[in-house]
Design a protein around this ligand. Sequence first.
Ligand code: GLU
Length: 504
Amino acid sequence: MSERRVRVRFAPSPTGPLHIGGVRTALYNFLFARQHGGDFILRIEDTDSQRFVPGAEEYIQEAFRWLNLNFDEGVGVGGKYGPYRQSERRDIYKKYVQQLIDNDKAYLAFDTPQELEAKRNEIANFQYDASTRGQMRNSLTLPKEEVERLISEGEQYVVRIKITPNEDVHVYDLIRGDVTYNSSVLDDKVLYKSADELPTYHLANIVDDHLMEISHVIRGEEWLPSAPLHVLLYRAFGWEESMPAFAHLPLLLKPEGNGKLSKRDGDKLGFPVFPLQWIDKDGNISSGYRESGYLPDAVNNFLALLGWNPGNDQEFMSMDEMIRLFDLSRCSKSGAKFDYKKGIWFNHQYIQAKPNEEIAEMFLSTLKEHGIEAPFEKVVTIVGLVKERTNFVKELWDASSFFFMAPDAYDEKTVKKRWKEDSAACMSELADVLANIDDFSAATQEAIVMDWIAAKEYHTGNIMNAFRLALVGEGKGPHMFDISAILGKKETLARLRKAVEMLK
Ligand code: GLU
């Protein structure tokens, strides 16, 4: 058992945009696979044709490309266990459904929706199981010839698993330990529908995990209630030996209060719950982490810590570190609050940690939107000066637009507070001082200007405040002489003279 190759799968159903909880599930599978040198597989579970949403599969693939979580096998990649899209595996499932029927582990049920409804009205808490299946229209109660006649006449049926009541079913979970269920709580779940000739999720999921030699099933807690049925299916097929280990991840909870994180929480508090923007068929837009300006590395780091920790306080981790440190036994059983402010904090940290060139590259499109074309080297320098004040790449514009465009107005409050009686006179004097400097580097300017202030016995703060107002238009920005050095002598003098003119 111990030398079994690690093979894990992410198995989304293409029913809409992938929720951020699904992304976390995929990330944990990815970390686990990479740590063990195993395989990370993308399987699309699209057997529920009613819930199929066009574009969802493409969305899923694009999201993982963006996040750099690359699959080794699966839809879009290929591999020798394919096809990896369940809708392309009908014949495989048919064969295995038949095997269960032949071995008396499953049976055909012909009950119409009306008949089922009538039973539900007749018996409180009706459950299709050992206690009721004898009263229903199925291949266990009908004569063999009748069943054959119904099938040949094209009557629709479902195949149900035949659950033996009152048995202990153990689900061994790597996070939760041994979870025991009594089989009597389970109903004879539908495994297959003749109407669309497709299996249900449960059957397809187990058959595929077996055939694809999946070693570990790492998925959201919402699938835990299905796990005993899945264990019974492995038993029914005689595949207990190759049953994967289970790990059910904690739920993602609302940032405030209790309950499962929903899209509405995101809308209310202003954070995305999807990796990429999604536009539904009615044109409603749901925001995405990518479009909101998050860096993929920051998203991965943030998600990794929602339900897992490395055993100490370390938060900022590279992908390689996460791969090395990840440990299912350090995943929590209880839900993880979705602290989206932490996500913003991570994004801030990643912007600081990334090389300025990389951030500048991303900033170029924003600059373009504002009609700015600037030498790349200059953009890199500016990014380096202002990025500590930003959480998102797009915020770089507000923090730095004055480098690219002279102010056309001056912030009133700042003027009131910082433009003194003598500011105009001092600024035109300063312009003359600066005009005489040949080496316009920040250091040279600073030395000369400070000498001038000292000689004239001016108030440094007042001079600097007025200087800033003249160049920036308000009271913000990085070190003053860094600004004037980047603007260059000509532009600095022009802005000083314009301020003198406008503010008097
Ligand atoms: N298709 C299921 C989903 O949408 C897969 C659950 C599992 O991983 O077994 O999440």
